[in-house]
Design a protein around this ligand. Structure first.
Ligand code: ADP
Length: 277
């Protein structure tokens, strides 16, 4: 996977591993926003968002600070619910069912739609307890099964080799990059369908960032990844689809290559060529 600067303003992407999307159909849509609007008290933060996310693809959401990227991401697993004064209209369909109905099973949906935050947030407990925390909540108590889940999840997050000898040590002793991979392993331990990532490398050094980016590329073989990033090079490197947001609206959404090389909208072009941001 190579990202080149084609000319001084445009990014050229050569993503050798990119999947061919031409035969993707409606069945491949795992989550979808329909006419989604959101207000924080009187201030509207999301305006008429219609967006479909494809299974086993990485979708990046880009745009300047304050345009609503994190708000949109949080809508995808109802994390805005806890914010006082937040009001939502419209639908988020996960596997065809609206998350925003009274009888929606929020706990099950959060299990299926995991979230990784900007700052790694391991629990102040051992590595093993971090990974098994979710499965135990979901009533898995058998030691052998928990040990298998721990090994599998840490391997999936490419952390097993580094921590297999110290599973009982505190997660707080890991480096920032290891902590973030631990958080990804913890999310994977409950067998989600979708991983939401909100600026997952913003607090990491370049080497740790590269490891997470490589990991995301692996993860999409089994999961759907939706990532908010302010880093356009990162979006270009790792995503299959990109949505550009501005002032609460989804301005343009499409194949990452098209968005970065041949945007349809002038605002998108201005943003990706660095005229504002
Ligand atoms: P981004 O992720 O693109 O930086 P956000 O989704 O964080 O944007 O914010 C979108 C808008 O919503 C901004 O104007 C921000 O100030 C506002 N906002 C975000 N979170 C809250 C909140 N908890 N309460 C009130 N306003 C908020």
């Amino acid at each position: 996977m190579v990202l080149k600067i084609k000319n001084k303003n445009k990014l050229k992407i050569e993503n050798k591993n990119s999947l061919n999307n031409s035969n993707k159909s409606q069945d491949d849509i795992v989550i979808e926003c329909k006419e989604l609007n959101l207000w924080y008290d009187d201030a509207q933060a999301l305006i008429d968002i219609n967006m479909k996310f494809k299974r086993n693809e990485v979708t990046a959401i880009i745009g300047p600070s304050g345009c609503g990227k994190s708000t949109l991401l949080r809508c995808l697993n109802r994390m805005n619910d806890v914010i006082e004064g937040c009001r939502i209209e419209g639908e988020v369909l996960f596997q065809g069912k609206n998350l925003y109905t009274k009888d929606a099973d929020i706990r099950l949906n959060r299990k299926k739609i995991g979230m990784i935050f900007q700052k790694p947030n391991p629990f102040p407990m051992s590595i093993y307890d971090n990974i098994t925390y979710g499965p135990k909540i979901h009533k898995i108590i058998d030691d052998k099964t928990l040990r298998e889940i721990t090994e599998r999840s840490l391997k999936r997050a490419v952390l097993w080799e580094e921590v297999q000898d110290r599973l009982n040590e505190s997660a707080m002793g890991l480096s920032g990059g290891q902590q973030q991979r631990l958080c990804i392993a913890r999310a994977l331990a409950v067998e989600p369908e979708i991983l939401l990532m909100d600026e997952p490398t913003a607090s990491l050094d370049p080497i740790a960032t590269q490891k997470i980016e490589e990991l995301i590329f692996e993860l999409k073989k089994e999961w759907t990844v939706i990532i908010v990033t302010h880093n356009m090079q990162q979006a270009a490197r790792i995503s299959d689809y990109t949505g550009f947001m501005y002032l609460g609206k989804l301005i343009e959404f499409g194949n990452t290559e098209q968005i970065f090389e041949n945007p349809n909208n002038q605002l998108t072009e201005n943003y990706i060529t660095g005229r504002f941001g």
